[in-house]
Structure formats: C-alpha cells, structure tokens
Ligand binder design. Structure first.
Ligand SMILES: Cc1cc2nc3c(=O)[nH]c(=O)nc-3n(C[C@H](O)[C@H](O)[C@H](O)COP(=O)(O)OP(=O)(O)OC[C@H]3O[C@@H](n4cnc5c(N)ncnc54)[C@H](O)[C@@H]3O)c2cc1C
Length: 402
C-alpha cells in the first residue's frame, strides 16, 4: 500500500490521510505500527491513542510475564517468536543509538498442579517439547530439590521452563512506539467515535475532534475498549474488561530466587525488584471497568495462598496494591485476531488477550502486518484464533493453567 491524500482535514491541524489506521497505541497497536512501518510498503501509518500517558491502558499495569507454557500450539509458537524478540529488543528498537530498556530477566516459569492435574501437565509437556520448548517435568521431590522453600505436600507435578521470564511492560510499549515513530508512524492523541461501513469495508473513521479519516485498512487494538469500537462497524466481540488486582510485597526471610509461579487457583507471582509482584486472579469477577482497589483483597485472598505455598512468607510486608483490566474473551480466554470474513474486509481486530497480550505482542504485531500488507499469514498460521470461531461458538481454550 502506498500513497495517502489529504481529504477530510476539516478540524484543527491538517492530518495526512492514513493508509493504515491503528486504533489504540498500547503494546499491541504499537507493535503493529512497528512491523508495518518496518515493512516499508505500508504507506502512511497513523496510530490513534487518546491517552498518551496510558493512565488506563492494560499494558503498563501488566506483570511482565512471558512464557511458553501453553497448551495451544499457536500460543506456544507465538511465544517461541516473541520471547527471543524481547531478549533482543535493543537490536530491533534502538533509535538514534539509544537502546530501549526492558530489563528482560530469564528467571523462568513454574506451573504447579495437584495430583489430579498431572495428566494435563504431562500432555502439555509433550506438546511443548515437540515445539522446541525447554521445559522440565518435575515430581514433588525434584521440585523440592529445585525450590527448597516451597511446600510441595499437595503438589502432583510441576513444569519448569527455565528460559521463560519477565520484562518491563511500559519499556516494551515505549520501545515499540518510539521505533515506530522513527520509522514514520504518526501518533494522534485522538479517539474514535464512529465507523462508517460501505459494502464490506470500513470507509470512514470519525474522531472525537470531528475529523474524518478514510484509511484503506483499520486495525482495532483498543484492549478493553475493543468491543465497543468493533460494534460501531457491526462486529460483535465477546470481549469485556475484567478487573485484576496486583500487588507488590517484600519478605525479610532470605529464600531462593523464584521463577514466575502459577497454579490452577489463579495464583501467579514472581520476584520483582527487591520483593515479589503478583496476585490470585479472580476469573469470576463481574465484567466492567472498576478502578476501585479492594484493600482487603491481599490479606483475604492472596496472602493465604502464598503463605501456604511458601511458609516463610507468613511474614511479609505488603507495599502496594493496584488494579488493571484484562480484555477478557469470555468465549475461551484466547485472543481474537483478524477480520470478519466476507463481511468486513479491511477491519482487523486484535483483542481478547485475557492476560497474554504483552508476551505475544511481537508475534501479533508481525501477524497484523502480514494480514494488512499481504492479505494472509506468512510466517505463522493463526487462523484458529480468528473471528470465525466466535461466530461458530467454538471455544478454543487453554487446558490447565490459563
Ligand atoms: C494486572 C495485569 C497483569 C497482566 N500481566 C500480564 C503478563 O504477565 N503477561 C502478559 O503477556 N500480559 C499480561 N497482562 C495483559 C496485558 O497487559 C494485555 O494483554 C496487553 O497489555 C494488551 O495490550 P493492548 O495494547 O491490547 O491494550 P492496552 O494497553 O489497554 O491499550 C489499548 C489502548 O486503546 C486506547 N483506546 C481506548 N479507546 C479508544 C478509542 N475509542 N480510540 C482510540 N484508542 C482508544 C486506550 O487509550 C489504550 O491505550 C496483564 C494485564 C493486567 C491488567
């Protein structure tokens, strides 16, 4: 795609009409902008981001975990691409000699399950290793030898992926954004308020300022706001905001450094700075944006889980609690990627990440660039993650730990 004219400059500063318009400049929209502008043939790429400080976006609130421990091959393959990409982030996103800092730490991931979960973890382990993931299946004794502070009395098995890890989410977002801009992407502090569909294409995009844009292709990467935006084009998405508490705490008692530990009850935490960050995810929480922090949540829900698993954490100091929101896909907890076949040719959604968006952003950004510029997936077939399964009501969920 190339070209770009200047129709529709009716309000404020003139804007260049985009060839590709990205709605939402979080880590997903910015990764897409990075890959599109890197390709060199996308024409003018514009990103709409009404909140340039990202005060409500999910990305800066993410825990930073990046893992290959999934049960769906698409998720594993996206991680196989994205984690090394993040490990070499400076190579991809340095601007004018200044390297972005995302502090990737290869502390590993550890999934623990009770005896009744052993079958699932064994099946997932077989798939993961067949896809080249370095992952050790551990029985309780081996687990205890590796992590002596852990209470393993009720554990049946564990998967330990020592090459997975954690990164700084805002660093990744800003790194993609800065590099995309250096490659020609334009960021506008504007929001979408209307989409006009003609035939099978979105023809006009109306912004809050009243400006009208007429892009050739539109990507909707607006996180928890994606369903409202797609509905403007008649595309109904089962994606909703899901409140998610997170916490930072310190423990005075010395213990071994931990990987990102997750269990079937929603417990997920990891070493962070001089303490620990994480929570117990409440997957049953009512849908909707809710910015109120429940200051009793840690003591009531999180602390008992942690102290049970690591008895030395009976004594700890809670330093901070905050909330963010997952863009939960209530159909199956996996992303929805691509257009609405036969109905909307030039409108591509990327949402419903349900807690996996940061780690998969490089693979998703690359996939979106392929869809827009080449009309189909070139490197990794993500067809199973498309909107078709929503229309057919065919969930494609993870098995075991989500
Ligand atoms: C507490 C917490 C922990 C998490 N931990 C992890 C983790 O460990 N690993 C992981 O991979 N993921 C994690 N996630 C999930 C991850 O943060 C998200 O999947 C990811 O950040 C989604 O990125 P995004 O760009 O789609 O959305 P966002 O970062 O939310 O960006 C969407 C943007 O769209 C913009 N927007 C909204 N409305 C409009 C409009 N009308 N027009 C234009 N723009 C608009 C918003 O301003 C926003 O900046 C976590 C999330 C939370 C909340």
């Amino acid at each position: 795609m190339d070209g770009g004219d200047s129709r529709g400059k009716s309000f404020g500063e003139p804007v260049t009409q985009p060839d590709v318009l990205i709605i939402g400049g979080g880590v997903i929209g910015s990764a897409a902008a990075f890959f599109l502008t890197r390709a060199g043939n996308a024409g003018h790429v514009t990103v709409l981001e009404p909140d340039p400080l990202y005060s409500q976006a999910a990305t800066p609130r993410a825990s930073g975990g990046a893992r290959r421990l999934f049960s769906r091959p698409e998720n594993i393959k996206m991680s196989n691409y994205s984690i090394p990409f993040y490990e070499n982030f400076a190579e991809h996103c340095t601007v004018d000699g200044e390297a972005p800092e995302i502090g990737f730490k290869r502390d590993g991931y550890l999934f623990i399950v009770p005896p009744e979960g052993v079958g699932i973890i064994e099946r997932n382990h077989a798939l993961q290793t067949s896809l080249g993931v370095k992952v050790d299946l551990l029985d309780p004794d081996a687990l205890k030898r590796r992590f002596p502070a852990m209470n393993v009395s009720d554990i049946g098995a564990a998967s330990h992926a020592p090459e997975d890890g954690c990164l700084e989410p805002n660093g990744a977002l800003q790194g993609f954004r800065r590099k995309a801009r250096s490659q020609g992407a334009e960021y506008l502090a504007e929001k979408v308020v209307g989409l006009a569909v003609e035939g099978t294409a979105v023809r006009e995009v109306t912004l809050g300022s009243g400006r009208v844009l007429r892009p050739k292709a539109v990507i909707c990467a607006a996180g928890t706001w994606s369903a409202d935006i797609a509905a403007m084009a008649g595309m109904m998405l089962p994606v909703e905001p899901m409140q998610r508490h997170d916490h930072f705490w310190e423990c005075r008692v010395e213990m071994e450094r931990l990987p990102f530990v997750k269990d079937l009850n929603g417990l997920g935490f990891h070493n962070w700075d001089r303490g620990y960050a994480g929570s117990v995810v409440d997957f049953g929480v009512a849908a909707g944006h809710n910015w109120e922090v429940d200051h009793g949540y840690f003591q009531r829900v999180v602390w008992p889980h942690i102290a049970h698993r690591f008895p030395v954490m009976e004594e700890l100091k809670l330093r901070d609690s905050w909330v963010g929101h997952y863009d939960r896909n209530r159909l199956d907890g996996n992303m929805i990627l691509g257009n609405w076949p036969g109905k909307l040719d030039n409108f591509f959604v990327a949402c419903g990440f349900s807690g996996h968006g940061l780690m998969h952003a490089p693979a998703v950004g690359r996939a979106l660039a392929e869809l827009v510029l080449q009309g189909g997936y070139q490197t990794l077939d993500l067809g199973r993650m498309g909107y078709q399964r929503v229309l057919a009501n065919e969930p494609y969920a993870e098995s075991g730990i989500r």
